[in-house]
Design a binder for this molecule. Structure first.
Ligand code: GRG
Length: 284
């Protein structure tokens, strides 16, 4: 079957990113034991949605091809995402044996090494941002994006969402409780990806705001789709703990539409609109 344009564009950008990440990761000292678990975690078949969204946001809003400085920033997003998955899988969190069909980092290397692998990936993210800033010749847009990245992935963002998820109890849970968790655990990193891409491109405040509105709505849709695919399970927070599957599909369609509407009137945003529909169509 012929791939549609958006899928094709996505695949081309993902391949370029994959090569870039491989080259930059080769600068890690392969004689050190932690390098093996870092490389294992970074290259076990992640879909690379977030770095591709950052690169495409940059290209959409600047009208230029992304250069190394943008690819370094995208590498920071993926490194941070990978740390969050390694830590999320730990016995003290979700306690998972498999991720992406392969052994989780702590199952393969031990819990102590997995904690340190996550720590190192988090530091690596900041090393990548530093490289991005230098490569951009200290462009102010990169410093602004750095602030947004740090805020959305820390105690006011991703980590707050993870704590809310750990405290989640499905008894008496409301849709607001679930949406709070989704907003931070899932959406904030997607928002960081798209907002940073737009900021690096030097987009106007109005465009950055619309891109953020798109990203939150896309993030909600992405997580709801993920929950529907997983089906009802007792672990963690799921939309299916507060609504039935048919209502969840309605919410998925609503969030997807809101994401698309947020970009109405902004030129050259077809990739993002189509991408939201592809994410929705994994389900319907
Ligand atoms: C430990 C601070 C900390 C945070 C963990 C990432 C996370 C927060 C939890 C993982 C579980 C989960 C369901 C997160 C929601 C976001 C999500 C669906 C992540 C998986 O994203 P994909 O499908 O992953 O893009 P791949 O494997 O493709 O990289």
């Amino acid at each position: 079957m012929m791939k549609n344009n958006v899928q094709n564009e996505f695949d081309i950008t993902r391949e370029k990113f994959e090569k870039f990440l491989k080259c930059t990761s080769e600068t890690l000292d392969s004689s050190r034991p932690l390098t093996e678990s870092i490389i294992y975690s970074l290259f076990t078949g992640g879909k690379r949605y977030r770095p591709v969204l950052l690169i495409k946001a940059y290209e959409t809003f600047s009208g230029k091809d992304a250069d190394y400085s943008v690819y370094y920033f995208a590498s920071a997003i993926e490194s941070l995402h990978t740390y969050s998955l390694v830590h999320d899988d730990l016995p003290c969190m979700d306690d998972d044996d498999y991720r992406r069909g392969k052994l989780t980092c702590h199952k393969k290397f031990g819990e102590d090494i997995a904690v340190l692998t996550g720590d190192a990936l988090l530091n690596l993210a900041y090393e990548f941002i530093h490289k991005a800033i230098v490569e951009s010749n200290y462009n102010k847009n990169f410093i602004d994006a750095f602030g947004v990245f740090s805020m959305l992935t820390g105690a006011r963002g991703l980590i707050d969402g993870q704590v809310a998820d750990l405290n989640f109890s499905k008894q008496n849970a409301t849709i607001n409780d679930v949406e709070y968790i989704f907003r931070h655990k899932t959406c904030d990193l997607i928002v960081a990806s798209i907002a940073c891409g737009a900021l690096l491109a030097g987009a106007s405040d109005d465009v950055v705001e619309k891109a953020i509105e798109y990203a939150y709505n896309f993030g909600f849709a992405f997580q709801i789709a993920d929950d529907i695919l997983d089906g009802e399970s007792d672990d963690g927070c799921s939309i299916l703990h507060v609504v039935d599957e048919s209502k969840a599909k309605e919410l998925l369609a609503d969030y997807t539409q809101k994401a698309i509407n947020a970009l109405n009137g902004i030129e050259n945003t077809e990739f993002f609109k189509e991408f939201a529909l592809i994410a929705q169509n994994r389900i319907v």
